[in-house]
Design a protein around this ligand. Structure first.
Ligand code: SF4
Ligand code: SF4
Length: 95
């Protein structure tokens, strides 16, 4: 039985059949999506730093949008956005 084997006897692990993570559009899981307010964003890039899926797009030091193919809708970007009183990035329902 596998649980009686040492790590050297275990069979080699499997590979991801679908390929790399880049080929998985995990944004399909999302029920809410972040939407940026162009007028209030101060380009602090906190959302870029904290996004666990690297879904915040940056160009020339500015936040230019969200890659919805990979954004899972966790809402961390909204939480860390420092703009007050209304955040420059808001989670909105996709339903
Ligand atoms: S909702 Fe989550 S995954 Fe999507 S951009 Fe914001 S931090 Fe990244
Ligand atoms: S955290 Fe808020 S202010 Fe900072 S770049 Fe993102 S949306 Fe803009």
């Amino acid at each position: 039985m596998a649980q009686d084997l040492g790590w050297k006897e275990l069979p080699e692990g499997d590979t991801l059949k679908a390929g790399t993570a880049a080929q998985f559009h995990t944004g399909d899981w999302r029920s809410k999506k972040p939407v940026k307010d162009e007028k209030t964003c101060i380009n602090c890039l906190f959302c870029y730093i904290y996004c666990p899926d690297s879904a915040v797009k940056v160009q020339d030091g500015k936040m230019i949008g969200i890659d919805y193919n990979y954004c899972k809708g966790c809402g961390i970007c909204e939480s860390v956005c420092p703009v007050k009183p209304v955040k420059a990035i808001k989670m909105v329902s996709e339903r």
